[in-house]
Design a protein around this ligand. Structure first.
Ligand code: CA
Length: 225
């Protein structure tokens, strides 16, 4: 899941980025409201973490503008204020949730996951494909009665495919949402990780859930393969 963090305190922005990446999110940072609005419009993010007090354009205005443009990306407001009035303002302007500074990155990651579940399309808490189960919050994967150990990246790749179960997902989209395109430019990394995943979720169970659609991308079989 790819998230945009709009935060002008650079140390905090870097810490939030690290914290969310440790929870399996791919994270971009914008340091002012105008850049944040531009990136949120263009970037195809799964969620936005938005500070209120920003140079250029406040978080309230960024959120209101997105909603005015009928952009329904889930938005979580980071508030330095703790007045109910300020939080109500944010929610009234179309934010989906808020968190008051200081906050824990574990809580931020959990709130974001909840938001992504509730977003524009219904998103179930536990993703299921046949006998394959993924719990994004606990980051646990099971097949039949067996627990499957995945790395954070493998889990993020499987989660993305399971959220689009039955659909062909292009490699470029997987690279965009599961990796940081600024640091990873070689599309082969997707194939490499698809191979890792298959060896863990399919091969030991004689299944074929993770299917290669030649020339198009990957599809997670709705029946678990
Ligand atoms: Ca700020």
């Amino acid at each position: 899941m790819r998230v945009l963090v709009v935060e002008d305190e650079r140390r905090l922005a870097a810490a939030v980025k690290r914290g969310l990446e440790a929870s399996g999110f791919a994270v971009d940072v914008a340091c002012d409201g105008v850049t944040g609005l531009h990136m949120a419009r263009e970037g195809g993010y799964d969620g936005v973490v938005l500070d209120i007090m920003l140079p250029g354009l406040s978080g309230y205005k960024v959120c209101a503008q997105l909603r005015a443009e009928e952009n329904w990306v889930p938005v979580l407001i980071l508030s330095a204020k703790d007045g109910e009035y300020d939080q109500a303002d944010g929610l009234d302007l179309g934010a989906d949730d808020y968190l008051t500074k200081p906050f824990s990155y574990v809580v931020l990651a959990a709130r974001l996951r909840a938001l992504l579940r509730r977003g524009a399309k219904p998103r179930p808490a536990v993703l299921v494909a046949g006998d394959l189960h993924l719990d994004p919050a606990a980051r646990t994967v099971r097949r039949a009665d067996a627990d499957i150990e995945l790395t954070a990246r493998e889990c993020a790749l499987l989660e993305y495919l399971m959220r689009r179960v039955g659909q062909v997902v292009p490699k470029a989209e997987l690279l965009e949402h599961v990796w940081d395109p600024d640091s990873v430019t070689d599309m082969n990394v997707v194939e490499v990780y698809a191979g890792y995943l298959r060896r863990k979720i399919d091969v030991p169970f004689s299944k074929n859930a993770l299917q290669t659609v030649r020339g198009a991308g990957y599809r997670l079989a709705a029946d678990g393969g």
